[in-house]
Structures are given as C-alpha cells and as structure tokens.
Design a binder for this molecule. Structure first.
Ligand code: FNR
Length: 335
C-alpha cells in the first residue's frame, strides 16, 4: 500500500482549488497523485453518492452542491483529504467512500481559525491520543490506504515523538509541511526538520511539502526531494499558479495553462466561483494588465470566462453534450 506514495510528485490538497478540473489537469501534465481539497467530515457524511451518467463521474452531492466529483481518469490516483476531530466520523467516511478514492488523508496541518476552533487541522498536533484514535479508527474501516499530513512542531524533538506514534498507527505514508503552526509563506521551509523525520521514519514513504517558493522548474522538484531525503514531494501554491510545473518537458505559457484548465472545467461542469478562483490564481498580476485578465475579473459566469479566452465553443460543446445525455436518460426512464 505504501508503494502508492513512493517516489511520487503530488498535487497537494487545496481548498477551492483541488477539485476535479485542476486535479485532472495536473495528472495530465505528469503529477502521479492528486489530493482533493480538504472536505470536512460532516459534509461528506451528509452527502448523497450519485452516479452522474452525463459526465461519467461519481458525485457526492448535497442538494446543488458538489462536495466531491471523481472522474474516471483519476481512479487509483486521487486521495481524499478529510478534516475531522473524530475517529468515529472518520470511520464513517471510510465506509461511505469505499474504494471510490485511492486513499484517505487526514488534515493535521491547517492553522486557520475555522479548523482550530473545531479541534481539526493543526489543533490535532498537540493531541496525540486523538490522532491515534482517528488514524486507528480510519485504518480499521478503510478499504484503501490511510495517511495524514502534518506541520512540524515548535520543538523538533516533539515532531519526532509525534511521527513515531503516527507510524505505529499503520499509516501508509506521512506528509510533512516543513513549517510550524504559526509560520506562513515568507518563513523558510524547515528542510532539516523534514530530513530528520525521513531519517527517523524508515518504514513508510515521507512526503515533503512547503517548497513552492523555491520551485521554478520541473527539475527543482527532484532537488527538494533529494535535499529532504524523502520519498516524494507534494506541491500546492506553485501547482495552482503554474499547473504545468508537473510537465517534464517544461512549464507552459500561463494562458495555455488557463485554456487547458477551462477545457476540463467545461467538461466536468465546474461551478462559476471555483472556475474563476483557479483562473484568477493562474493569471496573477495579469488580472490587471491583460485584457483577458480584466475580462475574467468582470465575468459573471463560466461562459463569460471562456469567452475571454476564446473557449466559447468548448463551453457550448460540453453543455450540449450534457443536455443530450440527460435527455437520452430521461427518455430511457420514460420507456
Ligand atoms: C492550502 N493548504 C491546504 N493544506 C491541507 O492540508 N488541506 C487543504 O485543504 C489546504 N488548502 C489550501 C488552499 C490553498 C489555496 C493553499 C495555497 C494551501 C496548504 C498546502 O497544502 C501546503 O501545505 C502549503 O501551501 C505549503 O506547500 P507549498 O505551497 O509550498 O507547495
């Protein structure tokens, strides 16, 4: 089970961004695994699993909200990340998703007040008993490998104590973001502390994370893997601003990344807000300087975003395709 995480380049979990189109785009470019955005346990538990014939996807939905949409191309390569503070709820999720996903990861690094106040994310880092309960309950219920993603603790010795306990829970890999709970982007990623984790935990792959500021090209990914002596590297911010960072043949022009992203957003019927968010993150300062950027900022629908990039026909094609499939299905039901 650990092989799934060995020697891999991974799209990190990112709320709002790590949804079907960006995950598929990164896989298409060369990422080996992709994580979903963090999904809070309650949301998944309250969702309904639906086979979406028009898209060919498995959807977990709550009314009109798509909580999780899994495309066939990501089968075996998509890790569900959950936010939880309860072994019982985590186990329930494992039962619900079965093997729709390739693995289940628990977020133990999010420092945002929302997570911390609910006892999730980085709040777990100082509650070893709770971590053990969550991971063991999840392991007992899951059909797929279980992992977690942590931040380093304020005292490196405490980090090593914690990761030894996590290893004993039978996880298949461990993600380590080399920043402390109160550290943010301009703070240096703590390479030595990740390396110490990797030297301490030798039975499972360690996934290093926190280098987006230092990754400019594909070869940099290997540089950081080697510097941290870890098995795998996980990338968040760089993959959001430049998804083609996963291309061995080099990054693409940002507008090509956006066009490729929009094709998948149209194909998988992504919502306006999520589509706009990712396009704006890829655009960066071009939101103010480029006419396509300005048109994106002003856009009020996926169609308008597509128009800004000459992708109107792509939008219409997938829209028509969905309608045809839906009416065929209705006709079959009426028969
Ligand atoms: C994140 N991060 C994050 N982490 C996590 O475990 N679950 C999540 O849902 C999110 N969401 C999220 C959204 C966005 C927009 C960003 C930029 C980041 C943290 C992320 O996975 C990663 O740990 C850090 O960004 C450090 O890695 P990079 O950016 O240096 O590659």
């Amino acid at each position: 089970m650990s092989e799934l995480y060995s020697n891999k380049k991974i799209l990190a979990p990112m709320v709002r961004a790590g949804r079907t189109p960006l995950r598929l785009l990164c896989l298409k470019y060369g990422a080996d695994l992709c994580y979903t955005e963090e999904i809070v346990d309650k949301k998944l538990i309250e969702s309904t699993r639906v086979i979406n014939d028009a898209l060919g996807t498995i959807d977990y939905r709550n009314g009109d909200d798509i909580i999780l949409r899994l495309a066939p191309e990501e089968k075996g390569r998509c890790i569900l990340q959950i936010g939880t503070n309860s072994g019982e709820k985590a186990a329930k999720i494992a039962e619900i998703v079965g093997d729709d996903v390739a693995g289940i990861d628990v977020n133990m690094g999010c420092p945002k007040p929302f997570s911390i106040h609910c006892g999730m994310g980085a709040a777990l880092l100082t509650q070893t008993e709770k971590i053990i309960d969550i991971l063991k309950s999840l392991k007992a219920a899951a059909k797929v490998p279980v992992t977690c993603k942590i931040r380093v603790l304020d005292n490196p010795e405490d980090t090593l104590k914690l990761v030894r306990e996590i290893e004993k829970c039978g996880v298949s890999a461990l993600g380590v973001h080399g920043r402390r709970r109160d550290e943010r982007q301009p703070d240096q990623c703590r390479i030595e502390e990740i390396r110490e984790v990797s030297r301490t935990i030798t039975t499972i792959p360690i996934i290093a994370n926190g280098f987006s500021g230092e990754i400019e090209q594909f070869s940099d990914i290997e540089k950081w893997r080697s510097a941290t002596e870890t098995s795998s590297i996980m990338i968040a911010r760089k993959a959001l601003s430049t998804p083609s960072i996963f291309r061995e043949d080099g990054v693409l022009d940002k507008f090509e990344d956006i066009e490729n992203f929009l094709e998948l957003a149209c194909q998988y019927d992504e919502s306006y807000t999520m589509t706009k968010y990712v396009v704006q993150r890829i655009l960066g300062s071009d939101q103010e300087h480029d006419p396509r950027g300005k048109a994106t900022v002003a856009a009020g629908s996926v169609l308008q975003i597509c128009k800004a990039f000459g992708k109107e026909e792509v939008f219409n094609k997938w829209n028509e395709d969905r309608k045809k499939k839906q009416s065929k299905k209705r006709a079959r039901v009426d028969d």
